[in-house]
Design a protein around this ligand. Sequence first.
Ligand code: SF4
Length: 389
Amino acid sequence: MDAGLKRELEAKVYAGERLTREDGIALYESDDLAWLGRLAHHRRTELNGDRVMFNVNRHLNLTNVCSASCAYCSFQRKPGEKDAYTMRIDEAVRKAKEMEDEQLTELHIVNGLHPTLPWRYYPKVLRELKAALPNVKLKCFTATEVQWFEKISGLSADEILDELMDAGLESLTGGGAEIFDWEVRQHIVDHDCHWEDWSRIHALAHRKGMKTPATMLYGHIEEPRHRVDHVLRLRELQDETGGFAVFIPLRYQHDFVDSADGKIRNRIQARTTMASPAESLKTFAVSRLLFDNVPHVKCFWVMHGLSVAQLSLNFGADDLDGSVVEYKITHDADAYGTPSTMHREDLLDLIWDAGFRPVERDTRYNVVREYDAPPTLAQRRAEPQQVWA
Ligand code: SF4
């Protein structure tokens, strides 16, 4: 990038001016990672100071049986496959209850598009979870699942959301977004929920008072311009509804050979690499700068590893997900040594070690508890440094 353009972009960021599509593409073309981090950190600090938010949640996947076969997905199984599973409602409740001692505040539930499970299963599972864990907020279902419920129930998304909210739904999840541009989407997504339906369902949820997350799956066959396009669509919708609480760039994962059946399920693996840590940090930084009207940017550490998660806090991220005891979708695809469990104390140490102030939040980003400021660098140097995977 030439020095003139660099100065121009820098001036725009410091003046709080909105960046354009061309600006976003130019930022991705820059190899000056430290500069990108400085700009993103400026914006992140303006919005969120030295805070890093987290919540204590549990991820549950009620079923891995799915009618679709998205090219990158190593989670889905077809009915009758050896390790296909669908939880009974009491089983889901028992699993959720196991985390009670962790003082969890949120259950995060996403699932395959099960071909025969009836619609009534879903509100019922929510009601029983709510009855068993009344203080836990239920963040459940992608827009893709809601569109699936429309198909299997004959109801509209409006009626579906009303019933789910009545059963205890607090928020949708942000998945199913992947990359919206059809040029890429047609090669990786194998269901019918694309930008038109995804945005329709989130806008509807926002009108009903929900705050929802939005995700982006990056680092596969897309190019930076597709990431820019993705964020700009969301930014435009956010101008209308103001309902997105957080943006979550998710790093595409390679599959491993499944020891159960010797298969690699990811069908684009042979022609893809995974985003390097530097590319991930760049993606966090550019996302923070472009998506100027979303309050938070989250790093889902399971997909990045803990060291990159710590670094991402200097590249625009201000939210870490979460106190995860079990997360199947990523961990079916992960052989890279990322731990599968993190508890509140681990997360606090991770945030303090990175030099930030932990703040526990709830699903709607209300503050639950503020923690102490991080120790100074001198204090940290006085003790042996912790090494994070
Ligand atoms: S990404 Fe979701 S919809 Fe696509 S195959 Fe996997 S579980 Fe099914």
